[in-house]
Design a protein around this ligand. Structure first.
Ligand code: GNR
Ligand code: NI
Length: 174
């Protein structure tokens, strides 16, 4: 297993649509293991493959609490098959937009179909933080970020701040 580096906005890879995985083979399982290691090290509760520069439809999650046993999950080609009319608001953050948090409203419950790390089809019902996190990660597979749900004012503010940081970092390297 190896820890990978996490891309930060405005990296254009974060805006691309990831491709479905054909077969869940050892290469995909190695990717899943690297993603889990990277997520736990960050630390974060979810990570989508595009965040480490891999445009495949793979997501990892673990929403267990600090004092609980770890509950690593891997979702390959995840699809939301239904979502509740009821909405809920969570304070969201993203490892690709470090240290920025805002409230986002999404369906409170979702049904998700995916392939597990053995390539078996699974369907689960998620609510609470897991439902929010799954939707946040599937958005990443489609090039969508949580700031896309904010007011233009808030989105522009954070986008500009990170664009400026990237410019300064590029200058320092030159
Ligand atoms: O670590 C993360 N925490 C989080 C909190 C609320 C809603 C979504 C998330 S996902 C985020 C990790 C991340 O960026 N995944 O893409
Ligand atoms: Ni994210």
């Amino acid at each position: 297993m190896s820890k990978r580096s996490i891309l930060v906005i405005p990296d254009p890879v974060l805006r691309k649509v990831a491709a479905p995985v054909g077969t869940v083979d050892d290469g995909v399982r190695a990717l899943i293991d690297d993603m889990l290691e990277t997520m736990y090290a960050a630390p974060g509760i979810g990570l989508a493959a595009p965040q480490i520069g891999v445009l495949d439809r793979v997501v990892v999650l673990d929403v267990s609490g600090d004092d609980e046993e770890k509950q690593p999950m891997a979702l390959v080609n995840p699809e939301i098959v239904w979502s509740s009319e009821e909405l809920s608001i969570h304070n969201e953050g993203c490892l690709s937009i470090p240290e920025y948090y805002e409230e986002v409203e999404r369906p409170a419950e979702v049904g998700v179909r995916f392939l597990d790390r053995d390539g078996a089809e699974q369907e689960i019902r998620a609510d609470g933080l897991l439902a929010t996190c799954i939707q946040h990660e599937i958005d990443h597979l489609n090039g969508v970020l949580f700031i896309d749900y904010l007011s233009r004012l808030k989105r522009d503010r954070v986008t500009k701040k990170f664009a400026k940081q990237a410019r300064l970092a590029a200058l320092e390297k030159a």
